[in-house]
Design a protein. Structure first.
Ligand code: BG6
Length: 498
């Protein structure tokens, strides 16, 4: 019998830069609290919140308790909260001042904080450079492979374009080794995203058909209903859908779906295979009739503000809140298979899913029908469709054709369903729980390597070049984006809106 529970055995100090910010409140603290409550952390762990605001240990603890009450998925009780708080402390300081880092160093010594340290940079990208430089100057970054260890977690975006991504990598690599850098893309921490690899490589029957011979096209959709809540307008207006979602989350999903089997499950084997996909990925060639990219921006209605009227968004903003793309993976396995990517804010539904549409059988032997009760309409052939439902209703669905019970030989499309909630009653872990745990354990498999980050930006630059002059077209809030997105599709393909 083996237990599947994982614990951090080593003492760790978790220092959060930007400790009073939104991410700390919504994601980091709730994840740390859940790990704590589940007994996944050692007794010797310490969380230090580093920020500029006026707080002491007590008021910081109070602030974090409020955040937990609002965002924790794990039940709260006074005793656990008190005990969790005994691991928290606050370090007030200006991120650009060396004295703040010297004092942090003293804190490690004076308060006998665990010497293994994980610095979580929950800060805007312009602050990464000063913070990392100050950490190095204060002697807070230990050499790679040394004990005690130092690791630094960096939040996306990893740059704004290829040049800034390279600059960021150079800066980080000047002060530490790649093995100490954990670039977080929270999609990789989602349980269902990790399941893409198990689905493909732990089963014999699917992998042989994941290629150009059998697959007609691939669709990946990450649709959101939210707009600019939580004061995100300023950040988003500078960023847009392509940089915010496609350059990382969507490309990473695609890598997992399209990569070759890795030689093992270690970080470098998986990342090497993802890299090969990114190197082969490019926007499809546009034709007179078929573009390769469609950008949109949401308008308003009586319920929702238009993007341009959102707080801290320029009234004449041309930032895209929706992006749809037709891409190709130019390698042996996938050449000629269109890959459609789509993401946007204020869409009809919050859903992330990957659709693999297979080719139709070579000979149409049967009549295909779609029925309501006993009333059936003839349809065209329904090709097999495999859907990875990343969120919500996490699961995998395979649409197949089955003979409809009747005296006639007609077939109807039916679903083979696997749903997480149907099989396992336990709530799925939050992505941040998994990723923080992995960073503390030194497992970088689910983090983005420097070359991946650069390769992602190289593809974004190709897209921008291919789509130059394509401004965003308006779409209605609550829709599936602009109708122009349909025009990217080849043949009779359609976006599948599940
Ligand atoms: C973040 C983006 O990385 O992912 C946000 O910056 C987006 O704009 C979020 O809302 C979506 O994450 P999830 O897990 O809710 O799909």
């Amino acid at each position: 019998m083996a237990t599947l529970e994982v614990r951090i055995e080593e003492p760790v100090t978790f220092v959060i830069f930007g400790a009073t910010g939104d991410l700390t409140r919504r994601k980091l603290m709730p994840a740390l609290y859940t790990l704590f409550k589940e007994g996944a952390l050692t007794k010797e762990f310490s969380i230090v919140g580093f920020a500029r605001r006026e707080h002491d240990d007590r008021s910081f603890c109070k602030l974090m308790n409020e955040a937990l009450r609002e965002h924790s998925r794990t039940s709260l009780d006074d005793e656990s909260l008190k005990s969790f708080c005994s691991h928290l402390s606050y370090h007030r300081g200006d991120l650009s001042e060396s004295s703040a880092y010297e004092k942090l160093k003293e804190k490690f010594d004076d308060d006998a904080l665990p010497a293994n340290r994980l610095f979580y940079l929950s800060i805007t990208s312009d602050l990464i450079e000063p913070v990392v430089e100050q950490l190095r100057k204060a002697g807070l970054i230990t050499p790679p492979q040394d004990m005690p260890w130092t690791r630094v977690v960096v939040e996306k975006p990893f740059g704004h374009d290829l040049e800034s991504a390279r600059k960021l990598n150079r800066l980080l690599l000047r002060h530490m080794d790649e093995t100490q850098i954990y670039r977080i893309d929270h999609y990789l921490g989602k349980e269902t995203v990790q399941n893409i690899l198990s689905f493909r490589f732990a089963n014999t029957i699917f992998e042989p058909v994941f290629n150009r011979t059998y697959v007609d096209h691939i669709q990946i959709t990450a649709a959101e209903t939210i707009g600019m809540e939580s004061g995100r307008g300023a950040f988003y207006d500078r960023t847009g859908a392509l940089r915010d979602m496609v350059a990382n989350h969507l490309f990473q999903l695609l890598c997992l779906v399209a990569m070759e089997p890795p030689s093992g499950m270690e970080a470098h084997s998986i990342r090497n295979e993802k890299m090969k996909v990114l190197r082969a990925l490019r926007p499809a060639t546009a034709t007179e009739e078929k573009k390769t990219a469609c950008f949109g921006q949401y308008g308003g209605n009586e319920k929702y503000k238009a993007f341009r009227d959102e707080d801290r968004v320029a009234p004449d903003s041309t930032t895209e809140t929706f992006a749809a793309l037709r891409m190709e993976i130019n390698n042996w396995r996938w050449a000629g298979v269109p890959v459609y990517l789509r993401t946007g804010k204020r869409l009809a539904k919050k859903t992330t899913e990957i659709v693999i549409r297979f080719k139709t059988p070579p000979l149409a032997l049967f009549q295909h029908v779609a029925c309501k009760g006993d009333v059936c309409d003839l349809t065209g052939v329904n090709p097999n469709t495999l859907i990875f439902r990343i969120q919500p209703d996490e699961g995998i669905f395979l649409q197949i054709s089955a003979k409809r019970p009747s005296m006639q030989m007609v077939v109807e499309s039916v679903n083979m369903d696997f749903s997480y909630s149907g099989k396992w009653k336990k709530e799925l872990p939050e992505a941040y729980e998994r990723l923080l745990m992995d960073a503390m354990r030194g497992d970088s498999t689910l983090f983005t390597r420097s070359d991946e980050a650069e390769a992602e930006w190289a593809v974004i630059e190709m897209i921008l070049a291919a789509a130059s002059g394509t401004g965003p077209v308006p779409y209605a809030p609550g829709s599936w984006g602009p109708e122009e997105a349909d025009e990217l599709m080849l043949n009779d393909e359609k976006w599948i809106n599940e």
